[in-house]
Ligand binder design. Structure first.
Ligand SMILES: NC(=O)c1ccc[n+]([C@@H]2O[C@H](COP(=O)([O-])OP(=O)(O)OC[C@H]3O[C@@H](n4cnc5c(N)ncnc54)[C@H](OP(=O)(O)O)[C@@H]3O)[C@@H](O)[C@H]2O)c1
Length: 322
């Protein structure tokens, strides 16, 4: 089968489109014929070596397609089932062997392309707003990169919870998209001091929570956006890793909370996985959650997909189609 592997950490050119053996499902696994793979920032971290993987590795951690075969000990999943999965390396490929516990069945009305575009980022937006810091109606949150893949979903889900959303964006066009997704305000954070602007927009009070995915370039100022006892939810590092922090800073800036959550810990129990994925799919079906696919590219163009994502040229999801 065709797949995209990384043999040595590096730039986008480290992604090699090549022929590899088709995987065989081991005990507990299902073989999925992939119809669409989702491109996520975590794929960049793996490619560059910021997140370690044993190499050579097929990149990609999210896809949707049809079950081709299952190991003899797998129950509850059958060949022909339409499924999506998340956080399992090997998605930039025609086939992937996936632990059956990571598979989510797709309901009628949700296409494999939609599922590959939303499962990982949608469940992320869900746990951030419902579990890490459960937003309450009337509270204000700050969402960085509000027109990004996770960002557009976060804006919509935060609005569903009745929160006021202040977004940061790189361009006026991204500002328009963030507002369309429900952001009440869109700050051009490359041009404007977003901490001062957030203070101004909240009459000096600051926000209850910052959903912070940009990391290195925004982290310090994000602390300055919070009301006393506010939550800094650092869930990504698109601009680079945040350096070590003196905990006294949290005291000085208002008895703040800092957490660095990751999706895996919020869907480890099957019930949580079902609850989050069902919520996302039901919102898609009733039309209250829009999934924005920025573009679809052939699998062979994985390097181009990474270039686009890293150059901040996208708004919403990139899919790779095998
Ligand atoms: N912890 C978790 O469970 C979890 C799960 C999923 C994703 N994430 C994180 O969520 C973040 C968003 O992921 P995504 O896949 O949806 O990507 P994305 O938001 O679509 O793309 C990243 C965006 O970040 C902004 N950005 C600011 N500085 C940047 C820089 N130096 N380089 C690149 N981008 C920069 C850009 O938006 P502007 O042009 O508007 O600035 C860019 O479009 C990532 O940090 C990812 O690691 C975390």
């Amino acid at each position: 089968m065709k797949a995209v592997r990384v043999h040595a950490a590096g730039g986008p050119e480290a992604l090699v489109f090549e022929e590899v053996p088709r995987p065989q499902p081991k005990a507990g696994e299902a073989l999925v014929r992939i119809e669409a793979a989702g491109v996520n920032f975590i794929d960049v971290y793996v490619r560059t070596g910021q997140y370690k993987a044993s190499l050579p590795a097929i990149v990609g951690q999210e896809a949707a397609g049809v079950v081709e075969e299952v190991a003899s000990d797998v129950a509850g999943v059958r060949p022909g089932d339409r499924v999506a999965y998340y956080l399992t390396l090997g998605a930039y490929a025609q086939f992937a062997a996936v632990p059956a516990g990571r598979l989510v069945a797709l309901p009628e009305g949700v296409t494999t392309r939609q599922a590959a575009a939303v499962l990982l980022q949608g469940m992320t937006a869900h746990y951030l707003t419902h579990s890490t810091y459960p937003l309450r109606g009337g509270e204000t949150c700050l969402v960085h990169a509000a027109a990004g893949g996770v960002g557009l979903l976060l804006c919509q889900i935060a609005k569903k919870k009745g929160a006021r959303v202040i977004g940061t964006v790189g361009t006026p066009e991204k500002g328009r998209r963030a507002r369309q997704a429900g952001a009440d305000e869109a700050i051009l954070y490359n041009e404007v001091d977003f901490a001062a602007e957030t203070r101004r927009l909240t009459d000096g009070r600051g926000v209850a929570v910052v959903y912070e995915s940009v990391g290195k370039t925004t982290f310090d100022k994000s602390l300055d956006c919070l009301a006393p006892r506010g939550y800094l939810v650092l869930f990504g590092q698109s601009s680079g890793a945040v350096p070590p922090l003196d905990p006294q800073v949290l005291n000085q800036k208002g008895s703040l909370f800092l957490t660095r959550p990751t999706l895996g810990h919020y869907v480890a129990a099957r019930e949580e996985l079902s609850e989050r994925s069902s919520a996302i799919f039901s919102w898609i079906r009733d039309g209250s959650l829009e999934v924005t696919i920025d573009r679809e590219l052939p699998l062979a163009s994985a390097a181009e997909a990474h270039r686009l994502l890293q150059s901040r040229a996208t708004s919403g999801k990139i899919l790779l189609i095998p």
